[in-house]
Design a protein around this ligand. Structure first.
Ligand code: PLP
Length: 274
């Protein structure tokens, strides 16, 4: 596997990042996951823009997006595969233990791993922990993902693949790595960004392409929604057929099936949608 590290392609086994990297020691980093179909990255421009937004939110130096794009293209060219997951990681760089971020400059890594198309349906659970919609990291895609790791483990214990959070005022927010949509009286809704959710790229495209409304929703909407689905880079649009103890259906409902169809069609036609 060839990866990109700080300006050059390298063998993954030879690439070295300092054990004092601030991303490793205190989670001072941001990241993106980008889907690549036969070497072609989907919505790369949007991902690069979000990387820069997250970096700004964390006070990291402005990433050189031309270099990040070059790194992604070089890694994709060097490692051909049908369906890949590009991972861009950008951290505060090497820094003495116990000190603020050092001045050695940021670390940029672009890596790739093979993946497969997700199943059309899945199960989700709710978790008792909350997203802080007023926190310093709200809406940023940082490498401080410990809370998501814990919540996802809770989902796996219950035979589900995603855990859903409410925010501090009890409103439905998002999953550990996905946004959530519900159908109420035949209409499609998703929580607004003010709920504290990440500005998901699949979410934004689904809002635009399938015409969802952004609505404040209580967490218990999951007990009565006619349909529920998740969106993310690797899930695309994925139906939730069981949430906690509630079985909704055996397969995607009509609104979900239509959102899946539109997403597949539009994303195949436009690899870098604005
Ligand atoms: N919410 C969180 C916390 C995420 O980590 C992700 C995954 O990137 C998403 C939502 C979905 O965003 P996207 O559609 O851009 O992958």
């Amino acid at each position: 596997m060839r990866i990109w590290l700080d300006g050059a392609l390298r063998n993954a086994e030879d690439a070295r990042v300092s054990v004092f990297d601030h991303g490793l020691t205190v989670g001072d980093g941001v990241f993106e996951t980008v889907k690549a179909d036969h070497g072609r990255a989907f919505a790369l421009t949007r991902h690069l823009e979000r990387l820069a937004t997250s970096a700004r939110g964390l006070g990291l130096p402005e990433p050189d997006l031309d270099e990040v794009r070059r790194g992604c293209e070089a890694v994709l060219d060097a490692n051909p595969m049908p369906l890949g997951r590009l991972r861009i990681t950008y951290t505060g760089g090497e820094s003495p233990l116990g000190s603020d971020r050092g001045d050695a400059g940021p670390t940029l890594v672009v890596a790739l791993s093979a993946t497969t198309r997700r199943p059309d349906t899945t199960a989700a659970v709710t978790v008792p922990w909350t997203r802080n919609e007023r926190g310093a990291l709200a809406g940023l895609k940082t490498t401080s993902y410990g809370e998501n790791v814990v919540a996802l483990a809770r989902a796996h214990e219950q035979g589900a693949t995603e855990a859903l959070f409410a925010n501090t005022v009890g409103a439905l927010c998002e999953g550990t790595g996905s946004n959530v949509f519900v159908v109420l009286d035949g209409e499609l809704h998703t929580p607004p960004l003010s709920s504290g959710c990440l500005a998901g790229i699949t979410r934004a495209l689904t809002v635009a392409w399938a015409g969802a409304k952004e609505t404040d929703l209580p967490l218990d909407v999951l007990e009565r929604a006619e349909e529920i689905f998740l969106t993310s880079t690797l899930r695309d649009v994925q139906a939730v057929t069981r949430v906690d103890g509630r079985q909704l259906a055996d397969g995607p409902g009509p609104v979900t099936a239509e959102a899946m169809r539109i997403f597949d069609e539009q994303s195949a036609a436009d690899l870098d949608p604005r």
